[in-house]
Design a protein around this ligand. Sequence first.
Ligand code: ADP
Ligand code: MG
Length: 193
Amino acid sequence: MSDVAGWVREFARLVAAEAPRLTELDSAIGDADHGSNLSRGLAAVVAALDAGSFDDDGALLKKVGMVLVSTVGGASGALYGTFFLRAAGSLADGFPGAFRAGVDGIAARGKSAVGEKTMLDTLVPAAEALEAGKDWAAVVAAAEAGRDSTVPMIARKGRASYLGERSVGHLDPGATSAALLVRAAADTLDPDA
Ligand code: ADP
Ligand code: MG
C-alpha cells in the first residue's frame, strides 16, 4: 500500500484540528471527551511512529492499534485500536480488504451494526464503496452521508444510548471522527494499491 504512515499521521492531524468540535459533539450525547481522548491517543501514535522503525506496513499498523488501545480511555480507543489491529492483519488483501477487516473488527468488538448511531454508520458505507471500486471522492461522499445519517437516529450503543430518544437530533461524535479517518485515507493513499 502506498503510504500507511502518511494516512495515520494525516488522521492525527485532522483529529487534532477538529478535537474541540468532536468534544462538543460528545458533550451533547456523551461525556465530552471524544476529541480530547482521540487526539491524545493519536499524538502518542505519532510519537511512536517518530521513534520506531517498522519492518513492514503490517507491523506499523499493529503498533498504531496497540498504542490506541493502551492510551485512549473510553470506547473509541478500544474500537479504533481494534480497527488498526485487524487491518494490520489483512493488508495482503489490499486497502479495501484491510479496511473491511478493520470495520468488521469494530462491529465484533462493539457488538454493533449500522443504524445504531456509531462510527459504523460512517465506516460501513465507506467499506462498501471501496469494495465496489469507487474513486476516493465517492468513498468520502459515502462516509460523510453515513456520518450525517446519524443525526435522526436513536443511539443504541455506548454512552449516548443512555439518552434514548434524547439522542435524536445530534451528530454522533464517533461517526464524525470516522469520516476524518476516511478523508485522511483519500488524501494519502491509492485505493487500489
Ligand atoms: P466514551 O463513550 O467511552 O466516552 P468516546 O467518547 O471516545 O468514548 O467515543 C464515543 C463514540 O464511540 C461514539 O460516538 C460512538 O461512535 C462510538 N461507540 C461507542 N460504543 C460503540 C459500539 N459499541 N460500537 C461502535 N461504536 C461505538
Ligand atoms: Mg465520550
